[in-house]
Design a protein around this ligand. Structure first.
Ligand code: HSE
Length: 435
């Protein structure tokens, strides 16, 4: 008796950098995927806004359409891979594909962060897969690690360097002494930053990815307006230098964690971390995610977070999951509808250590005034740097502070800013010690 190999038919929407890599890699890895999954994977149709792009990539003309609706209308397709980006057309495409009985694979973290709750509900109602390995940290299989590898763990915390462009910029500011603008220009020349660089440098891309990770860890979607997001534009090179003297490195970190009461915090901001910590050594465009589970302890995932082939690898991983069970259906799991903890802390409630840099006039009593204001709010000082100065001149005064709530710290900073000898707005950074 001969057993025929099942065929999984794929519609590909979008042929940008990632779409082109997916097309090429589905050809180069076809035999491997068949051997490993027992299913033949064929791209049956490709939808692209500019058909000339399909020619550039080498997609045969008979597969190409410029009408995304044709993918939905094509009854032969089992899976649609959405790589068109944005949140309008992509939303419609995914929703209609799921409703018409097709599985969907997407890399679109902005869409998931904004509409994940609705889309996963549609997927679940229709018992179709909506898979998204490529949406966070490119080629690193972090989604599968959380959903499968760590399924038996409660997630205590996730700390992620999940925007390669920002990590590249901070690496160049630290290692080559570049200013933020110079480092950004270099990142653009190297082709790392998104076309709209605000997505990267203002922290939005990392925030979208943090929302996806938080939904997996805690079972609810953080309302987009409630995810504290601070990017790199205000980062001053001198703070990187002082932090280094104090034994810290600066990273744009996504922080997702619960406390003993089960309240959740999700935030993205430049963060000082000990230079001795493994995340401090993640440089350039690389991503890394540190996940602490209550059973396993700390686990670390590292790799390329962007680019055509790493992201295509994540798409192949999702296809492989569907293909391994095809044509039998594996139960499609919902995402973000099984709230384990759903009380989201406000930013005021979070507790952190802080770095504080002041520009002060060198005169008697300034340090005492600053220390008094901090002490009134129970905020301790763990170290101080003040370069040698002459009376009457201005000098930086850099303080590392012990744990404080954000509200207490902000109140103290406002009061400190009123001291007559403070000559510029105070600069602060949050510090993470991974305890
Ligand atoms: N622009 C992103 C980054 C990759 O630099 O990490 C896509 O999410």
């Amino acid at each position: 008796m001969s057993v025929t190999t099942p065929i999984l038919r794929v519609g590909l929407a979008g042929l940008g950098t990632v779409g082109a890599s997916v097309w090429r890699r589905l050809l180069s890895q076809r035999d491997l995927l068949r051997q490993r999954t027992g299913t033949e994977i064929y791209v049956e149709q490709v939808a692209v806004r500019r058909p000339e792009r399909a020619r550039e990539v080498g997609v045969p003309e008979n597969l190409v359409t410029s009408d995304f609706g044709q993918l939905i209308a094509n009854p032969a397709l089992d899976v649609i891979i959405e790589l068109i980006g944005g949140t309008t057309d992509a939303y419609a495409l995914i929703e209609q594909a799921l409703r018409s009985g097709k599985h969907v694979i997407t890399a679109n973290k902005a869409l998931l962060a904004a509409h994940g709750a609705e889309l996963f509900k549609v997927a679940h109602e229709n018992q179709r897969h909506l898979l998204f390995e490529a949406s966070v940290a490119g080629g690193i299989p972090i989604i599968r690690a959380l959903r499968e590898g760590l399924v038996g763990n409660r997630i205590v915390s996730i700390h992620g360097i999940i925007n390669g462009t920002c990590n590249y910029i901070l690496t160049r500011m630290n290692e080559a002494g570049l200013e933020f603008k110079e480092a950004l220009a270099e990142a653009k020349r190297e082709g790392y930053a998104e076309a709209d660089d605000s997505l990267d440098v203002d922290g939005h891309d990392a925030a979208h990815k943090a929302a996806v990770l938080a939904a997996l860890a805690y079972g609810f979607w953080v309302p987009p307006g409630r995810l504290y997001t601070e990017g790199l534009r205000a980062v001053d090179k001198q703070d990187i230098v002082y932090a280094r003297k104090l034994g810290y490195g600066l990273k744009l970190l996504a922080i997702i964690k619960t406390d003993a009461d089960g309240a959740v915090e999700v935030r993205v901001h430049p963060t000082l971390i000990p230079q001795s910590h493994v995340l401090a050594s993640v440089s350039g465009v690389f991503n890394a995610v540190l996940v602490r589970g209550d059973v396993v302890g700390d686990t670390l995932y590292y790799g390329r977070g962007a680019g055509g082939d790493p992201t295509a690898s994540a798409i192949l991983s999702d296809l492989g999951q569907i293909a391994s069970h095809f044509p039998q259906e594996q139960r499609a799991r919902n995402v973000g509808h099984e709230a384990l903890h759903s009380r989201l802390k406000t930013m005021d409630e979070i507790v952190s250590r802080y770095y504080l840099r002041l520009l002060v006039k060198d005169q008697p009593g300034v340090l005492a005034d600053v220390a008094r204001i901090l002490a009134t709010r129970q905020i301790g000082i763990s170290s101080v740097i003040q370069p040698e100065a002459h009376v009457g001149e201005t000098t930086p005064l850099v303080l590392m502070l012990h744990d404080a709530s954000e509200s207490q710290f902000q109140a103290a900073v406002q009061e400190i800013a009123q001291i007559g000898a403070i000559k510029a707005p105070p600069v602060h950074l949050r510090v993470e010690d991974f305890e």
